[in-house]
Design a protein around this ligand. Structure first.
Ligand code: 6FA
Length: 793
């Protein structure tokens, strides 16, 4: 039985501290509503003038704008579920399906016949769904009514799993995943222009194209925004196109300008946020996703940790569970894994953490001398803020480390030495050690529990979740602000800069190029795709200002990686990590809940190793190995014991010569791999095959060790040749906005005055290890350069 019990349970508790609705404008309508930050949903309402009588007095217009991760949304107009008018809506293909509901108890609400509901405007895209509706006969219902001239409590609920029959308005659905309340100030929600709003359905298109007009006027200067506001007052009482044009731009309060607007809350963005706010700048961070760990407001707690604030993002051992179920934390409009929540990739990744090496910053890797000569200072800052550990359980005991002695048996005969890897970052040839993590106190730590934590304490720092930046507004080379979907931050979501302000693009290897394309920066074919998109095109600058010579999206690298799967009787494959979210081993779960120690204090990788290899072209390339109990997919003709399987993921890192391209694949603007970056140079493949063969040869001499994938029905060469290209992906993308190509040595986008990029995309070549440490160290150095650069705020 589906119920809304939790909704009623808290209603009385929170009433005294409710957030109150505020005025905002969207689609030409002046709403009273709230932007609910946990799920990033905008709720708004407008009522007829107080002089209305009869049926007109019993209706209103409502709006919801919802990130797609929320499969359905419910509203309770009496502040609780039972005996109140409810409204439920969800997207189905390109339409919004809706249904007034009613329930006499805390059970599945059923369709309710009283109201007449009409869609005035709706849209569904890859990130949001939006519904503006007219609700007639909606202010009274069986046994109750709404105070239309006061401040009644409204409630919202959201569901993260789809309704059972999306095409049917009568569909049932699971109990909501979250709920909340607010004070809807209906006394302030009456609008003399109400009648004109009922026509917006027919002017939807006009409204969009009008956004173009508004955007160029707001970007020109602040005074033109004021002009637009004035126009609104004059024209909005008519039902004309002009009315729509001007009202969509109208802020009811002036937006706050910022010295620095940072787009994206991943490792690059969070280091930037902390360093810029520490320097006293007025900083806004916008993040398209929502909270992750408990301290960021996350509430996604695994069932076994119920009653704690330990979310799946806090618990390192939940890493392997990131790839199944409702993976709402991955960006759905990127065709590679990318974290779309605060912390970015660092909130969902394996947590492997390597301090940068000299080679990582070498001229051979594409770095200018100003970086090559100075990076140690900034790496030291990083180490100080976020030290690594290769023994993550706070009780000092190593858990699930059976792979270590097996790897010793393989690697020692090959001339490898054991070491604490991060104690000597430059020693990366024939070395192995326990995997190093950026975890602390048995929890995922990373930039969220360090840089973001301190930034948040400063009054000059603001941040907004669920705020999707689409483009940078500019007049030629001068950036004036950022265009977002968050109408609470500015008119039509436009956020201005202070006169000398700057924008820091930290949206990651896929996100930052897309924003550049949507701002008229990058190869012509990409900007033309934007121009073909009716929603995005209006935000492009005039064609004469396009910067088409910058190779945005080219030169990308990612480590090609190949898995070898072995069995050995000493291994505990940890049930291949399958039950870790819903039904983990009870003793391990209990230990972690008690003291954040044990298996769950670490993620799945247990051993790492490196070796330099000569390629057929005479160039040196490095091989990295990451060893973990369990496996992705075994392909073998051998019988094998699944509880004894472990995997070695073998990457090619520093020295890789292959390059690919990322961009947007169509006018739908999904971020994509356009040219695979793996093995475009056959010397890379030959080198990796050589390294793999050396490991396999040595493994043959280890008693009871069996290579099951590849097995003896295929050669290593065939195995690598037939490896699915997408499985070569290591999620370590760099290079799309390479320093020296797209950005200069201060990370300033060439051809602009005040647009900088601080994320993995500026790194010109692959790091020796997994890249997060390098990304954060680069952010330290990049922000120091930017602060030192003349002309800023
Ligand atoms: N790196 C490591 O060092 N160790 C690892 O163990 C490791 N594992 C993984 C892994 O298992 C997976 C599945 C993935 C996807 C990556 C891994 N990486 C690992 C790579 C590492 O996480 C990345 O190199 C690192 O996070 C890159 O940091 P950046 O700051 O360059 O970029 P992110 O993608 O992390 O963050 C971008 C942020 O911008 C996100 O929060 C995103 O939501 C936000 N954003 C994107 N577009 C936006 C927009 N238009 N508006 C507002 N926000 C936007």
């Amino acid at each position: 039985m589906v119920s809304f019990k939790r909704l009623i349970a808290l209603a009385s508790v929170v009433t005294g501290v409710l957030s109150q609705s505020v005025a905002y404008t969207d689609s030409g309508i002046n709403f009273q509503g709230i932007f609910e930050t946990t799920h990033g949903i905008q709720y708004g309402f407008v009522f007829p003038p107080t002089t209305a009588t009869g049926a007109t007095a019993q209706e209103f217009i409502g709006e919801i704008i919802v990130p797609v991760v929320n499969q359905w949304v419910g509203l309770a107009f009496g502040g609780q579920m039972a005996d109140n008018l409810l409204m439920v809506a969800w997207p189905n293909a390109n339409n919004i399906v809706f249904s007034p509901r009613y329930a006499t108890g805390y059970i599945q609400p059923t369709p309710y016949a009283g109201p007449t509901v009409t869609t005035l405007e709706s849209s569904v895209n890859s990130t949001y769904w939006k519904w503006i509706f007219r609700c007639q006969n909606c202010t009274t219902w069986d046994g109750g009514s709404m105070d239309t001239n006061g401040g009644p409590v409204f409630a919202w609920v959201i569901g993260l799993s789809p309704v059972f029959t999306p095409s049917s308005p009568a569909s049932d659905f699971n109990e909501h995943d979250d709920f909340g309340f607010w004070g809807e100030i209906t006394a302030d929600a009456h609008d003399p222009n109400y009648a004109s709003y009922l026509n917006i359905g027919s002017s939807t298109t006009t409204s969009k194209s009008s956004t173009t007009t508004s955007k160029s006027s707001t970007t020109t200067s602040k005074s033109s925004t004021t002009t637009t506001t004035t126009t609104t007052t004059t024209t909005s009482s008519t039902k004309t196109t002009t009315s729509t044009t001007s009202t969509t731009t109208t802020p009811l309060t002036s937006p706050t300008p910022y010295d620095y607007i940072i787009i994206g809350g991943g490792p690059g963005g969070l280091v930037s946020a902390d360093r810029l706010s520490a320097a006293g700048k007025k900083v806004l961070l916008v993040e398209r996703g929502g909270p992750s760990t408990g301290e960021t407001g996350g509430t996604d707690v695994p069932p076994w940790a119920n009653g704690t604030s330990l979310t799946r993002f806090d618990i390192p051992g939940e890493f392997q569970a990131m790839f199944s179920g409702n993976t709402y934390w991955f960006c759905k409009d990127v065709n590679s894994f990318a974290g779309c929540l605060v912390g970015g990739g660092s909130s969902i990744n394996g947590g492997l953490y390597w301090y940068p090496t000299d080679a990582d910053y070498s001229a051979a890797n594409g770095w200018p001398t100003s970086w090559t000569n100075n990076f140690n200072t900034y790496t030291a800052l990083l180490k100080n803020r976020l030290p690594s550990t290769d023994n993550p359980s706070p009780d000092g005991i190593r858990y699930l480390e059976q792979t270590y002695p097996v790897m010793q048996s393989i690697l020692n005969p090959m001339g490898y030495q054991a070491g604490t890897i991060n104690n000597n970052p430059n020693f990366k040839d024939h070395v192995y050690g326990y995997s190093a993590y950026n975890f602390q106190e048995g929890k995922r730590w990373g930039p969220v529990a360090t840089y973001f934590r301190t930034a948040k304490t400063r009054p000059n720092f603001s941040y907004a979740y669920w705020t999707y930046a689409t483009s940078i507004a500019r007049n030629g080379s001068l950036i004036t602000g950022v265009q977002t979907n968050n109408t609470a931050l500015g008119p039509n979501g436009f956020i201005p800069l202070t006169p000398k302000g700057r924008v820091i693009l930290s949206a990651g290897s896929f996100g930052s190029p897309r924003i550049l394309f949507q701002s008229g920066i990058g190869p012509l074919d990409q900007i033309q795709l934007v121009a073909a998109n009716p929603t995005a095109a209006p935000f492009l600058p005039p064609q004469s200002q396009w910067l088409t010579t910058l190779p945005v999206g080219y030169n990308v690298q990612d480590n090609p990686s190949i898995n070898l799967m072995f069995t050995h009787p000493s291994i505990d494959a940890y049930d291949n990590w399958a039950p870790i979210l819903d039904d983990p081993r009870p003793a391990d779960a209990a230990q972690y809940l008690k003291s954040q120690t044990g298996v769950f204090a670490g993620s799945s990788p247990k051993v790492n190793f490196w070796q330099a290899l000569g390629g057929p072209d005479g160039k040196t390339r490095y091989m990295q190995g990451t060893v973990r109990p369990g496996f992705d997919s075994v392909t073998t003709a051998y019988p094998y014991n699944a509880s004894q399987v472990f995997s070695i993921t073998v990457y090619l890192s520093t020295g890789v010569t292959s390059r690919g391209r990322i961009g947007i694949s169509s006018s739908q603007l999904g971020a994509s791999i356009l040219t695979n970056p793996w093995f475009t140079d056959p010397n890379d493949k030959a080198t990796l095959v050589n390294g793999l063969q050396q490991i396999i040869n040595s493994a043959k001499n280890v008693p009871q060790l069996t290579l099951i994938t590849p097995d003896n029905t295929t050669t290593l060469q065939d195995y690598v040749d037939n490896y699915p290209p997408t499985s070569l992906n290591s999620n370590h993308w760099v290079g799309a906005n390479s320093i020296g190509k797209v950005v200069d040595s201060n990370l300033l986008v060439n051809g602009t005055s005040n647009l900088f990029i601080v994320d993995a995309s500026v790194i010109p070549s692959l790091a020796t290890g997994n890249p997060q440490g390098l990304v954060m160290a680069v952010a330290e150095q990049g922000i120091a350069n930017i602060l030192a650069l003349a002309g800023g705020p």
